[in-house]
Design a protein. Structure first.
Length: 110
């Protein structure tokens, strides 16, 4: 999938309301500006955040968000590595094995 295929686009005046998940996400603004609102809870007030091109925000799994373009925006909803612990573990195992192979290669060359 190319980066352009992973972009969401909001035109002037458009808004989206959605729930994050399953798993955490990172909202990254590629162009334009977004106004993001996370509704409050009895123990915490609602939160408004402005994000511009190049900025990102971590969003917890299960959180509800509303975003609106000002005046327009392109953005991505990315899955951070922390949301995939099994994949991180496999990658760690592969890196350890590669380091071991490299160390063996250095010993053989000496």
């Amino acid at each position: 999938m190319s980066e352009s295929q992973a972009l969401w686009r909001l035109a002037e005046g458009e808004a989206l309301s959605f729930k994050i998940g399953p798993g955490a996400r990172e909202l990254r603004v590629s162009s334009g500006r977004l106004w993001l609102t996370q509704p409050g809870r009895p123990d915490a007030p609602s939160e408004d955040v402005w994000l511009q091109a190049g900025q990102s925000l971590a969003l917890a799994s299960g959180s509800q968000v509303v975003i609106e373009a000002w005046p327009q925006a392109d953005f991505q909803l990315l899955v951070p590595p922390s949301a995939c612990p099994a994949l991180q573990a496999r990658l760690g195992e592969r890196r350890a094995a590669a380091q071991e192979r490299n160390a063996m290669g250095c010993l053989a060359a000496a």
